[in-house]
Design a binder for this molecule. Structure first.
Ligand SMILES: [Zn+2]
Length: 108
């Protein structure tokens, strides 16, 4: 086995609604997946444990940890209301009901 270690990067996706870059990570304490802004920020309250697991810090904890932190995309997403309406965080995109294109009745 080689000794080289390549850290895995989160899989960055575009938000379903606002198209901002984000990724999913599982909160270690709850096991729930949450959307996280891809851009790290000093004042975030989420730290990554690995490329797909994170810890959400309280405000005091977050202030004590320097360096790169992340923020839930719920906070910055302009369409967060739509997410909340979907009862929290969907593990998979909710099925959108798309009207099948009706074959227009032939005009007589
Ligand atoms: Zn969004």
């Amino acid at each position: 086995m080689g000794g080289s270690y390549r850290p895995l990067q989160p899989l960055v996706l575009a938000c379903r609604t606002c198209r901002a870059p984000m990724f999913w990570a599982k909160v270690a304490s709850t096991g729930k997946n949450i959307p996280i802004d891809a851009a790290a920020r000093e004042d975030g309250n989420i730290v990554l444990i690995d490329h797909r697991t994170c810890t959400v810090l309280g405000p005091d904890e977050a202030a004590e940890i320097p360096g790169r932190k992340y923020q839930s995309h719920f906070v910055s997403c302009p369409d967060a209301k739509a997410w909340r309406r979907a009862r929290g965080i969907p593990d998979s995109p909710p099925v959108t009901r798309e009207e099948p294109p009706c074959p227009s009745p032939s005009k007589s």
